[in-house]
Design a protein around this ligand. Structure first.
Ligand SMILES: [Zn+2]
Ligand SMILES: [Zn+2]
Length: 284
């Protein structure tokens, strides 16, 4: 497993990379722009190339790029939909320049279309978008907390998207707190085994290319996305240990998205992550 944190945006890129490496990160995740705004930052390609070299110098791999929360590839309003496609494409282009092999995207919401139509609209959009996709960048669909009109809360939905996009550069990023909020049990070995069996059946373990290792501060099935410091939430230490011991693919990036990022908590949570994963055979 290649442990890393979601890097804060404040504080300067070089300084944040240095700090992350000092506390033991060998992979990282970041946003390439403001996650709640449509306009990407005005970094030129040269700056992105500098950043790519800096990450390589520090041996940080892989870099995972998280797409903006605003993007919804099943949006009903045309303006929103067009902006979503455009921003996703720009995010992938930037990920490529940064040397990142993965762009993580939330599956989004059907916005009133209904689940079946929403999913097929989402798939049709991706099929088209992936035609002009930069080589070497894979789109990872992140499971979400589900509920309401959300399309990404169930493994069945994720699996059906992957099935329809067979052969395309698409995989899954598994977020433990989101799965918990969507109703999957991860709080014990039995819970993890049952959840993993469902994941295996519908998604396939080989399709899971990245992990967000988060605890949750909301009860199971709450459909609310609130992360907790590792071991202090409802999933807890026992559950996280079982989750991290599962036979994920080798060298999988395991990213922390815990509260108070950019503070001493990064080092504390990273240390907990290491110790919880200690019994994992694929641990580096
Ligand atoms: Zn996410
Ligand atoms: Zn996540």
């Amino acid at each position: 497993m290649r442990f890393g944190i979601h890097m804060p945006q404040k504080g300067g890129f070089a300084r944040n990379v240095k700090r992350a490496v000092e506390i033991g990160c060998i992979s990282l995740q970041l946003f390439v722009g403001n996650p709640t705004a449509w306009t990407p930052p005005r970094f030129d390609d040269e700056e992105l190339e500098k950043r790519r070299l800096l990450l390589a110098e520090h041996g940080v791999y892989p870099l995972v790029v998280h797409a903006s929360y605003l993007i919804n590839l099943a949006a009903v309003k045309d303006e929103f939909y067009q902006k979503s496609c455009q921003l996703l494409w720009e995010t992938a282009r930037r990920a490529n320049l940064l040397g990142s092999p993965y762009v993580v995207l939330h599956v989004g919401s059907h916005g009133g279309r209904g689940f079946k139509e929403g999913l097929s609209f989402f798939v049709d959009t991706l099929q088209r978008e992936l035609e002009n996709w930069p080589e070497g960048v894979e789109l990872l669909l992140e499971n979400t907390a589900g509920g309401g009109t959300s399309l990404g809360g169930s493994f069945i939905a994720l699996g059906s998207i992957l099935h329809k996009l067979k052969g395309a550069p698409v995989g899954v990023c598994f977020d433990s707190a989101h799965a918990w909020a969507a109703g999957y049990d991860l709080s014990s070995k039995e819970g993890v085994d049952k959840t993993a069996a469902e994941l295996l059946e519908h998604v396939g373990i080989d399709n899971v290319k990245a992990i967000h290792a988060n605890d949750s501060s909301t009860p199971r099935g709450s459909h609310r996305d609130r992360h907790a410091h590792l071991g202090e939430g409802y999933i807890g230490e026992e559950g996280l240990k079982a989750f991290l011991s599962y036979s994920w693919i080798d060298e999988i990036p395991v990213i922390l998205e815990t509260p108070e990022m950019g503070t001493k908590w990064d080092a504390i949570n990273l240390e907990r992550l290491r110790s919880f994963a200690d019994n994992s055979a694929t641990n580096i």
